[in-house]
Structures are given as C-alpha cells and as structure tokens.
Design a protein around this ligand. Structure first.
Ligand SMILES: [Ca+2]
Length: 118
C-alpha cells in the first residue's frame, strides 16, 4: 500500500491510508495497526505510542494524534524521540540523532543514529 505523496505545504502528519492536509486539529487512527508518517517535523519533538489509548501521542505540535502503532519519521532530518508501546511497533527514525525506545513488544527499528532497543 503506497502512501500518496504529501503536498509541499503539508507539515505535520499523514497516515499511510489517508494523507492529512495539514489543517487538522486532531487525528485519530482508530483501531487496527496504523502508521504515522511524518512528512515534516511540524514542531514534533517526541512521539510516545505508549500513552493511554486515545491520548495525544505527539509532543511539540498543535495536533492531537492518537491510536497509532507504527511511526515512520524517515523524512525528518532533525532528531526526535520515539517511544513504543508494550505491543509490537515498527519505528523508523530520520537522519537526525533520534532516540528510539521500543518499550517492550516485538518491535522493529530502523535508522536513527542513537537507538535503545527494548
Ligand atoms: Ca500532539
């Protein structure tokens, strides 16, 4: 399933199933395994997939992002912190100095210069 290319003005987030226009104030992935794809940083400094279901998973942005299981931040050149949940997470960092913590579960990690597996 290929993600549609985000438009240049899009900042923060898109899902693999439906690109986000950049004007949303909340994005709820709902049930299933969903990938949060960052087309640009949008001010996000940290992503925590382990927050309570329905809670905001991103820090530093103005969008309430919830119920994602996977993160693909490969488009970013700035370092961010990505924390997984107790379930299975696929976490992909960018070219910056990322800190990635799987936080348990059968995770897969890619890229990111600084990674802590667990
Ligand atoms: Ca947020």
């Amino acid at each position: 399933m290929a993600a549609a290319a985000p438009t240049p003005s899009v900042p923060a987030v898109a899902t693999t199933s439906s690109p986000i226009a950049g004007t949303e104030t909340s994005i709820d992935a709902g049930t299933g395994n969903d990938t949060l794809v960052l087309a640009a940083g949008g001010g996000i400094t940290a992503i925590n997939l382990g927050v309570t279901a329905g809670a905001d998973q991103t820090t530093g942005d103005s969008v309430a992002v919830s119920n994602f299981e996977y993160v693909n931040a490969s488009a970013l050149s700035t370092g961010i912190t990505i924390t997984g949940s107790s379930g299975t997470n696929f976490l992909t960092g960018g070219s910056g100095a990322d800190t990635i913590d799987g936080a348990g579960g059968a995770d897969r990690h890619r890229r990111g210069r600084r990674q802590r597996f667990g």
